[in-house]
Write a protein that binds this ligand. Sequence first.
Ligand code: ACO
Length: 325
Amino acid sequence: MSTLRSVVKGVGGYLPKRVVTNDDLAQLIDTSDEWIAARTGIRERRIVADDELTSTMGVAAARAALGNAGLEAKDIDLIILATSTPDQTFPATAVTIQAELGINHGAAFDIQAVCSGFVFALATADNYLKGGQFKRALVVGSEAFSRILDWQDRSTCVLFGDGAGAVVVEAQKLNGAMSDRGILAACLRSDGRYRDKLYVDGGPSSTGTVGHVRMDGPEVFRHAVTKISEVIGDTLDQAGYQASDIDWFVPHQANKRILDGAARKLGLDPERIVITVDKHANTSAASIPLALNAACADGRIKQGDLVLLEAMGGGFTWGALLIRW
Ligand code: ACO
């Protein structure tokens, strides 16, 4: 039986030039490399230059992904940007990326699911491609999180970084076997009862300001491992696979202790986890495509591999995707 599948054609990333180490932060606030590294695994992060925007980084990552796919901007008819740090309240930053790429057909819009944004965006693109509404999607995660941090709040500002990543996915007619390339399964979840555990204390309809990130770190941590493990289990069940079948686990890069906890609970081989949190910190919706880019560029992820993506973020939102690369 022939069916439409969303196949990953290319991946790209962009990181701002400025590196800020834990020792750099210890010059500004009461913290230390030991505290940050032991609690999170983070050693350094990138921070945007004054003239860089979420759209600027997104365009750079998108161009890299198009180049990697061997495609041109005109081949794209759907752009979905996952971000919590748009250039403006509106229009969607995705349309700025669309215009910068010189695309004026198809559709472009933003998705807001905080750190789960990329998983939500890729699952959304998958549905449009499988439904035959669009042919090729550019799915971008781009975040200038440094612009919404309270740099006096040591419990949050040490955790985040800036950057962008992108993938190109294409609808292909395949026979529907699990051995075929493409997105095999996706599960998305949210539970708004937890929206005050991780949020920004501003917004257009409330304060009229942009606001800063606020987080109950221990509460987020408490929920993360359980929720992540459950949604991964559901995603694997959907496709009829087990954790031992996974070639590469590419999680949202929030905290190495959360990643290790989830991997242990699922019995995933630690050697099979792609980790970038040490170098990038938590880049929210950009962290998964940046990690995919790193693991594809150095040859770890190869065509035919079974790749599991997972994320959890503010809302709470969480989800997982299984891809035959
Ligand atoms: N440097 C030094 N000390 C600090 C720092 C810092 N940067 N930040 C907090 N502390 C202090 C606190 O003030 C507190 O001191 P006190 O005991 O004197 O009051 C002490 O360290 C312990 O604070 P806790 O918040 O209880 O520290 P915890 O061990 O829980 O670690 C952390 C904090 C790393 C934030 C942890 O809770 C965590 O990882 N939570 C998950 C949050 C996360 O990853 N969020 C990312 C977004 S959500 C997502 O993507 C999944």
